[in-house]
Design a protein around this ligand. Structure first.
Ligand SMILES: C[S@@+](CC[C@H](N)C(=O)[O-])C[C@H]1O[C@@H](n2cnc3c(N)ncnc32)[C@H](O)[C@@H]1O
Length: 260
């Protein structure tokens, strides 16, 4: 590939639904994720997507949500529960699949988006234990899991405050813990997660790069959510039992494998 050659691929900051034919979608000809073309620069044989925003937009649209997930997302938006993004969901599904998860704890059920992604990655018959303080959201989530084809016994929905529920769950009995609830409690959730996870298990925090919390630099560090998110980032990075990874999907996923 010649150096600095530019080719034209699909690109638009304003995706046009009618023209959408993403890599996970249908359509003939070259795979595109929107109606226009994206400049891709070829440098020493590598294709480099021109802008960071375009890259992130491409990642979010690389795997598309089906009707069930779209419905759960719409419900979540109406209830203001901030469902996980498609790319974050795909990452959760990927991780659950990679570790062949049999038992997963979720903190923050919402209206079921993240739960569906997790269940789709978990082994057949595996159980999702999901905690939320709002029983109404959990009823929506229960319906969403059913619509996604999961038997009722695949999800154990526990109503309550996470920091009261988590201590009641069994030590080292879980393959994965997904955290998506109160930001100021993130460091406490980490503490509980390390107790709940088996060796080789994975903890994942949502909103690890939440722009509203991270982009203003030290000026905003007095914000309690920002401070807690940064604190959990530090704790995860410095804990010798953990192998950390920060993923720029959605509002950011901070993942770590428990090795000891
Ligand atoms: C960001 S939403 C979760 C979204 C969900 N993971 C999804 O993808 O659809 C956060 C959830 O945490 C719940 N929540 C808030 N405080 C909580 C607490 N102390 N314990 C447990 N859940 C809590 C809220 O009711 C809300 O449903």
């Amino acid at each position: 590939m010649p150096e600095n050659r530019w080719s034209r691929r699909c690109h638009s900051r304003k995706p046009r639904a009618a023209q959408h034919a993403g890599p996970g979608g249908t359509g003939s000809g070259p795979r595109t994720f929107c109606g226009e073309y994206l400049q891709i620069r070829h440098t020493r044989g590598e294709a480099v997507i021109a802008s960071r925003d375009d890259t992130l937009a491409y990642i979010e649209q690389y795997i598309t949500e089906d009707d069930t997930l779209t419905s759960a997302r719409e419900l979540g938006h109406r209830a203001d529960t901030h469902p996980v993004s498609a790319a974050s969901g795909a990452a959760l599904r990927f991780l659950a699949t990679a570790i062949d998860a049999r038992a997963v704890v979720e903190v923050g059920t919402g209206c079921g988006s993240s739960g569906i992604w997790l269940l789709r990655g978990m082994r057949v018959g595996a159980i999702l234990t999901s905690v939320d303080i709002e029983p109404e959201y959990q009823e929506f989530a229960r319906d969403a899991y059913q619509q996604a084809g999961f038997a009722a016994n695949r999800a154990r929905l526990i109503h309550g405050r996470a920091l009261e529920v988590l201590p009641r769950l069994t030590d080292a009995a879980y393959d994965m813990v997904f955290i998506d609830a109160v930001k100021t409690e993130y460091p406490d959730y980490l503490h509980e997660s390390l107790r709940l996870l088996r060796r080789g298990g994975v903890v994942v925090f949502n909103n690890a790069l939440d722009a509203s919390h991270m982009t203003d630099g030290p000026l905003r560090v007095s914000d309690p959510d920002t401070a807690a998110i940064r604190e959990v980032g530090r704790l995860v990075r410095e804990d010798e039992r953990l192998v950390p990874l920060l993923l720029p999907v959605g509002d950011g996923l901070l993942a770590a494998i428990r090795t000891g």
